[in-house]
Design a protein around this ligand. Sequence first.
Ligand SMILES: NC(=O)C1=CN([C@@H]2O[C@H](COP(=O)(O)OP(=O)(O)OC[C@H]3O[C@@H](n4cnc5c(N)ncnc54)[C@H](OP(=O)(O)O)[C@@H]3O)[C@@H](O)[C@H]2O)C=CC1
Ligand SMILES: Nc1c(N[C@@H]2O[C@H](COP(=O)(O)O)[C@@H](O)[C@H]2O)[nH]c(=O)[nH]c1=O
Ligand SMILES: [Zn+2]
Length: 353
Amino acid sequence: MDKIFSDKEYLALAVTEAKKGAKRTWQNPLVGAVIVRDGQILATGYHHQFGRQHAEINALSHLADLKQAQGATMYVTLEPCCHTGKTPPCAKRLVAVGIKRVVIGQLDPNPIVSGKGVALLQAGGVEVVIADYPMTINQAYNFFYRQQRPLVTVKYAMSLDGKINYRTGERTLLTGEAAWQDSQKLRATQQAILIGEHTLQVDDPQLTVRQQILIFPPVRVVVVRDVNQLSPDLALFQTSAPIWLLSQTQLQQTLPQQVTVFVRREWTPQAIIALLTKKGIQSLLVEGGSRLQADFISQNLVDKLVVYVAPKILGGQGLPAVSGPALPELIDFKRFTYQAVGADLRISSQREG
Ligand SMILES: NC(=O)C1=CN([C@@H]2O[C@H](COP(=O)(O)OP(=O)(O)OC[C@H]3O[C@@H](n4cnc5c(N)ncnc54)[C@H](OP(=O)(O)O)[C@@H]3O)[C@@H](O)[C@H]2O)C=CC1
Ligand SMILES: Nc1c(N[C@@H]2O[C@H](COP(=O)(O)O)[C@@H](O)[C@H]2O)[nH]c(=O)[nH]c1=O
Ligand SMILES: [Zn+2]
């Protein structure tokens, strides 16, 4: 006899489906769906890519016959949508094809949907269950809509004495290949990467994801005083991923077409975050340097820390990982996890709440 699964087990399967869309749904959530009738899984589906059909419609398209939907239960990791965006409303379609019961992993925090998808289903006579399921996917998506700003991760590599370079104005190679690979993977999960002007000038970074081809690579954001002082020969400008330069002056020189310049008298962390929020950026990786990190930390705008520790001592002329404004009180991240990455150590920590 076939095993009868519980609602939680079907939802777990829907989560597995959802994860198949990883790195392709961009500012849309990962969503998976499973259609079940009489204890039989009839079809599964997921949201493949930003702008394409939603998970529920994808699962319906995998039914041998659409009539099978009549009287069936749909397990879906996120509340079905009720709006016409890039695709028509899923909840309406589920009612139309005769789905009888919908088990939802979590409500959609996006205000255009939140609660209204459930209401539309119920108005159409569908039984709705909002499962008490520990949803671990879409952390940045959920954070963005709940906190109305991107989830901010600060990442740096430091020595055993907490320094990020050996001497002022110098790039110091601290960590090994394994840590580099690891930080590439971290970059690939982000919608934007931010650095300060000194890091741009000293390190001349590309800020790209080199290990994999992403349909939606992170936007590279740099805060600069005067955009006209930047050399077009910088490595940043030699690759095609989008670049946003946050400058205090208007652009008067020609820069490559992937560059957009935003002008403001003062680019405080709050002003940077406000711009990124307006642009729908849900996750931001701050990659240095010391001053920019300190500015974000002092404004309480750091949600996660990823620190690679190299077994080196850089001494008194090195720049501390966080140098800048004093904190009104110390920040206690409470817990951290750590793992060896090649010859280095990776420490990750997350603010609670
Ligand atoms: N080990 C690691 O993981 C990393 C190390 N680094 C190292 O860090 C060093 C650079 O760090 P740091 O010197 O602290 O500089 P940052 O890269 O943090 O840039 C901060 C500087 O940018 C300028 N700036 C322009 N616009 C703004 C703005 N709106 N807000 C604040 N600052 C602005 C200011 O310079 P000004 O006042 O002069 O105009 C400011 O001091 C380099 O040596 C680099 O190699 C960098 C990244 C990672
Ligand atoms: N991906 C997804 C949903 N995503 C919801 O739809 C919004 C994007 O709509 P659109 O621009 O039309 O793609 C997104 O912000 C979220 O609220 N909803 C669902 O029913 N199923 C899905 O698979
Ligand atoms: Zn939808």
